[in-house]
Design a protein around this ligand. Structure first.
Ligand SMILES: [Mn+2]
Length: 320
């Protein structure tokens, strides 16, 4: 990113896409971690809050194959609009979101601001999040943002029959950023993905999405890994990094809904993200899935997240 850009925090406490409750407290967790560490992170930048619809959690689930899709759609529209406005003003939106379903709005916002630009996505996550309402075993929409951004249904692996209303809303989400899908498969890079389901594996193989394992990042370190990843994205115009804290090893990712063993260590993530952030194409960053309410090691997960954000901002400020 260029250091001339103004960083703006976007706070989104929506947790409707997750199966475990509590990701809405991610921002508060980070704030407490910052206070405890004497970090001025949250006083140095403007924070824009986006209204959530978490009160819909009190209502019944009408659509098991895409839980809370109506309320999520409302939040996604707000996220899209705010991200669109910020990137258009040449600001750098740094989203602190609840669950990962929000990234459907984030990517749509970038696309609607720059309809003719090619967007690249670096998806740093233990999960591939390429389910659809037709394939999901859980119905949790935080497992669907990549499929939505690609405009896919994955009918050939379908095992659910979503209701008409769900299909309509899903189709709207797929084109939230404009009339064409937000992303092309070749412009997505998965980092640290290690917990997928067969419906996802089939699609990833069919589409030939680039994948870099934990071992690859460990062997190549930050600089070489970042170089390889950015080379894959050399034809895109803009890059968005989506960082799900569950990419970290489960010894560190204590406060997140879906922890997975054999993940990255903190220094590996920090060094990768600091190298990636040197790209002038980087236009937006998002951190998701911090859930302090289930953290059995105090506020460790948020402390890890804070360190990553501090490192990122340090690099953003110095990249010219
Ligand atoms: Mn994940």
């Amino acid at each position: 990113m260029l250091k001339s850009k103004k960083i703006k925090f976007l706070k989104i406490s929506s947790e409707l896409g997750a199966g475990t409750r509590g990701a809405s407290k991610g921002f508060e967790g980070l704030k407490s971690a910052a206070e405890a560490a004497g970090s001025k992170l949250f006083s140095d930048y403007e924070i824009i809050s986006i209204k959530d619809e978490n009160n819909s959690l009190l209502k019944n689930i009408n659509f098991p194959s895409a839980k809370r899709i109506q309320s999520i759609y409302e939040v996604l529209n707000r996220v899209k609009k705010t991200v669109n406005d910020e990137v258009k003003q040449n600001h750098f939106p740094l989203l602190i979101s609840g669950d990962h379903s929000i990234s459907m709005g984030t990517i749509s916002g970038i696309k609607s601001a720059f309809p003719n630009k090619k967007i690249g996505v670096i998806w740093i996550d233990a999960h591939a999040d390429i389910h659809t309402p037709f394939t999901t075993p859980s119905g949790n929409m935080h497992g669907m943002p990549i499929a939505a951004s690609l405009g896919l249904d994955n009918f050939s692996c379908a095992s659910n029959t979503p209701k008409k209303e769900v299909i309509e809303l899903w189709n709207n989400i797929k084109i939230l950023g404009g009339n064409t899908p937000n992303l092309e498969p070749k412009n997505i890079v998965y980092v640290g993905v290690r917990d997928t389901e067969w419906e996802e594996d089939k699609l990833i193989t069919k589409l030939g999405i680039h994948k870099y394992s934990v071992d690859f990042i460990r062997r190549n370190r930050g600089i070489k890994s970042a170089e390889t990843i950015l080379k894959k994205l050399e034809n895109v115009d803009l890059i968005y990094i989506s960082f799900d804290v569950d990419v970290l090893d489960n010894s560190l990712s204590t406060g997140t809904g879906t922890p997975v063993p054999n993940g990255l260590f903190l220094n590996e993530v920090k060094s990768l993200i600091s190298e990636l952030s040197k790209s002038k194409k980087l236009c937006c960053f998002e951190i998701v899935e911090i859930n302090p309410t289930i953290d059995n090691k105090g506020n460790l997960m948020a402390e890890m997240g804070l360190e990553v954000l501090e490192t990122l901002i340090q690099c953003l400020k110095t990249t010219s």
